[in-house]
Design a protein around this ligand. Structure first.
Ligand code: X2X
Length: 338
């Protein structure tokens, strides 16, 4: 049966059922391409709010040819599992912190060096400049494609069920959850903590059952993942900035016709820019809301933390791991770190 006849019949039956105003309303084309996009965040996080708008805009501009199905809250598996699925093509898109991606692409964690970025202005100059370009080139070598604009996670804060973190000494011996990443583990070992690598989808339970006493995340995550229900203290350490690369399986990305790829990339990058503004506003405004939910806040002086890392050789260790060229690119935006 030809498309036009199927369309008319479908339109006529729908019209007969009183579902559309005119029998000539063309049925949306069945998508030529249907891709899965996985992420680890709650539906209420700005990342998923902007992603829903994004997939609708892509479907509309491709006239239904390209459909992206969103799988939030680690529905398809943990971050480490989903990275494997992205590499195999089990999922086509995945937003992932560069620090977790660094298990596959070591250079991808470089933006997470402790106390590197003083503010968002320095972050975006780096990530939309030479540092981001360098990391994306390294990601491409792993047969993944990273969209041009990294999405925002935010400056990370330290929470605990036991006590406020006032100086670096308070981190000594602390059982702290960290995402699965060599840099996170290294940093908290340098603080003298006892870091435990736990995927985000298991973090709430690990805190609730006291497997760990604390964790660290931006306020937007602490709020949307309801970590305030299982954490009493929040110390505004701002100890690192973290983002989410919007990653594609390269074969799946290149399988798309060029016109669809251009439309998808445009809307994905636009959504990332909007999400950045949402997250920054949220992180700036959430302290009062979280305090009203019972969290106790303090703002520590960063000097003792930075000094502890320096004395532990943390900066020197990671400079040698990344290499002089990459480190110089980082310091172009942060100023001297080691
Ligand atoms: O796992 C985390 O802590 C989170 C949600 O911030 C990341 O995806 C890195």
């Amino acid at each position: 049966m030809t498309q036009s006849r199927r369309t008319i019949l479908a339109g006529a039956s729908a019209f007969a059922g009183g579902l559309v105003a005119s029998p000539w309303v063309a049925r949306a084309q069945t998508a030529e391409f249907t891709y899965k996009y996985a992420n680890n965040l709650q539906l209420t996080h700005p990342l998923n709010i902007r992603a829903r708008e994004m997939v609708e805009a892509i479907k509309a501009e491709t006239k239904g040819r390209f459909e992206i199905q969103i799988f939030p809250t680690s529905q398809l598996g943990s971050d480490t599992d989903t990275l494997s699925q992205l590499r195999s093509g089990g999922v086509e898109f995945f937003t992932l912190s560069g620090l977790i991606l660094s298990t596959l692409v070591p250079a991808a964690s470089i933006n997470g060096i402790g106390f590197a970025f003083p503010n968002y202005d320095a972050v975006w100059k780096a990530m939309d400049g030479d540092l981001g370009a360098y990391v994306r080139a390294q990601i491409a070598k792993a047969n993944l494609f990273a969209m041009e604009k990294i999405w925002d996670n935010g400056f990370r804060q330290t929470t605990s069920s036991a006590k406020p973190i006032v100086t670096a000494a308070d981190l000594e011996g602390m059982k702290i959850r960290v995402p699965p990443s060599p840099l996170w583990t290294s940093m908290y070992k340098a603080f003298g903590s006892a870091p435990t690598s736990i995927n985000f989808n298991e973090t709430y339970t690990a805190l609730q059952t006291k497997v760990v006493d604390g964790q660290e995340n931006p306020l937007a995550i602490i709020s949307t993942a309801k970590l305030y229900e299982v954490q009493k203290f929040c110390s505004l350490t701002n100890h690192m900035w973290d983002g989410f690369w919007f990653l594609a399986n390269r074969r799946a990305w290149e399988r798309l016709p060029e016109d669809i790829r251009a439309i998808a990339a445009k809307h994905i990058n636009e959504a990332g820019i909007k999400e950045r503004a949402d997250v920054a506003a949220l992180n700036a405004g959430l302290q009062g809301d979280l305090a009203a939910k019972g969290m106790v806040f303090n703002t520590p002086d960063p000097a003792s933390f930075r000094d502890k890392l320096k004395k532990a050789g943390f900066f020197a260790e990671w400079k040698s791991k990344y290499g002089d060229e990459a480190w110089a690119t980082l310091e172009k935006y942060t100023g001297p770190l080691s």
